[in-house]
Structures are given as structure tokens and as C-alpha cells.
Design a binder for this molecule. Structure first.
Ligand SMILES: C[S@@+](CC[C@H](N)C(=O)[O-])C[C@H]1O[C@@H](n2cnc3c(N)ncnc32)[C@H](O)[C@@H]1O
Length: 303
């Protein structure tokens, strides 16, 4: 099967055709690969049928195959599909994993899936089509095999924002531009002025939002120069309720500058709103940000 949908120029720009060398970097992301490996190993049993949507190098499919599952690994990029076939054969897993070059939105598995792996995750769920691809898969699967849905890896995502003071000065050169940050590393350029606040959370086997439209009041906990918003995304790859635990992976943080600076004091509040579509480009996310001082209701004098 080959992909029937053409790749649009917007999709190329949005990074949905990720260059090959970026996949070698993704192989080295220990938090990401470990969370998927542990979740897949915990839940997948011999004889299960597993589908991976957007298989890349095939590494996540390999974990399911090593658990004794048969796997259909769907990858749209022909160069990557060939790479996955080569690497899976190198690992002796080419009989358990069938690599199919196709658009995952059109794919219907050969038999009902017990589990689905889909890692098209970017901070804020921008750029990649995680929600759209999983929703299309759910629709296709239910039309063909009935209501029962497979387990999804990830099971859920939690999207958060934080008001921050960001140092945009690079050796005397001022550049207020969006920057990515490794979640585990210290970030001396960033001072958190509020705690992170959740603006969306959802499970992939329930209704999946295709857009985010949120407004809320955020409390300032640290005085400073408010000039940026940091986006943080936590993915629960597998949830083990009986142990009260989960295998988690945080996307890279994204710090996006605000159009203007304002001095804020601890104890104050700000109203923050955002509105963008899942899969949108980064600029859509920053352009949607609106910040204001909440309307104060005057307190009545007690006579
Ligand atoms: C972030 S990468 C993850 C690759 C791999 N699963 C891993 O974890 O290393 C997402 C992959 O999804 C593929 N992809 C994006 N949109 C797709 C679509 N509509 N159908 C099939 N594959 C797609 C990309 O080419 C890319 O290889």
C-alpha cells in the first residue's frame, strides 16, 4: 500500500516530514524511548496485534515485537519506511513487524488491534498531527471492527503554560524569539513567575480535542519582568492504576515571547488566553496569546 494523499508544502514546513538525521537524535532521547519501552513491555502480551502509526525507524514497533506481538508499522515517508525495514531486519524482527508505507489517516489494520502506538508528539501538540491521526484511526477501526477500541500509547496528554521572565539577550544581541528547552536541564535564562497551569488534558481513547481555546486567571508567585510564556507538555505513555503510577515523557519546553513586557508583583493576577488548532505551526500558538490584568470587582465598604 502506498500513500494516496500528497504531502503539502505546509506539511513539509510543519516538520511532518522529519529529516532522517532528526530520527537518529530521537533514538537517543532516553526519557522518550524508556517511557514507551516500559509502557509497551508492561501491557503487550504474546499473540497480541499492535499497530504503530508513524513508525519512523521502527524502534517502538520493535518493543512490541519483542513482547511476542505481531505488528503493523505504518510510515508515510518512503525513505523512512525503507530504513525501518532495514533496521528491523538487522534486529531479526522483520517477520514479526510488517512495515507499510501509507498515510496513517487512511490505514485500516488487517485485524483488530489490541494496542496502538503513536508518537507524533510535539510540545503543545503543535506541528505534528497526533490528535488528527489517532481520531482518524479510531474512526476507521470502529467502522471496520466495531466499537471496542485498542489501548493507546500514549494514553493521555497534559498541556500546561507558565508565565516567565526570559533573557532574550545573546552576547549583547537582543533576539526575542521562541526557544526550545530540554526538560531535565537547568535553564538560567528563564525565571518562572507563575506555577505551570493546565489548559488541556485528555485521554486518547475518549474524545480528543482538535483545537484549544482557553482563558483563565493565573497567579503571580514571583515578582519580575513578564515577557514570555513557557509551554510544557507531559505525556502519560502508559498508566498503571493498580500501582498509582505512569510511564511519562515530557516534550521539550517551548518559551515563546510576548509582544510587550510588563512588571508584575507576587500576589497579583493576570488573565491569559490562547486559541490554536492541534497540529498548527508554532507561530499560531504565540500569535494567539493574550494577556490582561483581570477586572477587579470593587469591594463594598462596610458602613
Ligand atoms: C516523531 S516521529 C516518531 C517516529 C518513531 N515512532 C519513533 O518514535 O522514533 C513521527 C513519525 O510519523 C510519521 N508520520 C507523520 N505523519 C504521518 C502520517 N499521516 N502517516 C504515517 N506516518 C506519518 C513521520 O514521517 C515520522 O516518521
Amino acid at each position: 500500500m502506498s500513500s494516496s494523499r500528497p504531502v503539502t508544502s505546509a506539511e513539509r514546513e510543519l516538520g511532518q516530514f522529519i529529516p532522517l538525521h532528526y530520527h537518529w537524535t530521537m533514538l537517543q532521547d532516553e526519557e522518550r524511548v524508556t517511557a514507551f519501552r516500559d509502557a509497551i513491555t508492561h501491557f503487550v502480551r504474546p499473540g497480541m496485534h499492535v499497530v504503530e502509526l508513524g513508525g519512523g525507524t521502527g524502534i517502538l514497533s520493535s518493543f512490541a515485537a519483542r513482547c511476542g506481538a505481531s505488528v503493523e508499522c505504518v510510515e508515510r515517508n518512503p525513505e523512512l519506511a525503507d530504513t525501518a525495514r532495514r533496521l528491523l531486519a538487522l534486529n531479526g524482527l522483520d517477520r514479526q513487524v510488517q512495515v507499510i508505507q501509507a498515510d496513517a489517516r487512511d490505514f485500516v489494520p488487517s485485524r483488530p488491534a489490541d494496542a496502538v502506538i503513536c508518537e507524533m508528539l510535539h510540545v503543545g501538540l503543535v506541528r505534528e498531527r497526533q490528535t488528527e491521526v489517532i481520531q482518524a484511526f479510531k474512526d476507521n477501526h470502529q467502522r471496520r471492527f466495531g466499537d471496542r477500541l485498542p489501548r493507546f500509547f500514549p494514553e493521555a496528554s497534559i498541556l500546561m503554560v507558565q508565565l516567565v521572565q526570559q533573557d532574550h539577550d545573546y552576547h549583547g544581541y537582543r533576539a526575542p524569539v521562541p526557544v526550545f528547552q530540554a526538560p531535565g536541564a537547568s535553564q538560567p535564562r528563564t525565571i518562572g513567575l507563575s506555577d505551570p497551569v493546565v489548559y488541556s488534558q485528555f485521554c486518547y481513547d475518549e474524545s480528543i480535542p482538535q483545537s484549544f481555546d482557553w482563558t483563565d486567571t493565573v497567579s503571580i508567585v514571583q515578582s519580575g519582568e513578564l515577557n514570555a510564556v513557557r509551554f510544557l507538555t507531559m505525556n502519560l505513555i502508559g498508566i498503571v492504576p493498580e500501582q498509582g503510577s505512569a510511564m511519562t515523557w515530557r516534550n521539550q519546553f517551548l518559551v515563546t515571547p510576548l509582544p510587550s513586557n510588563s512588571r508584575v508583583q507576587a500576589g497579583e493576577q493576570r488573565t491569559l488566553s490562547l486559541k490554536y488548532d492541534a497540529g498548527a505551526e508554532l507561530s499560531a500558538l504565540s500569535e494567539s496569546l493574550k494577556l490582561s490584568v483581570p477586572h477587579q470587582v470593587p469591594q463594598r465598604r462596610v458602613a
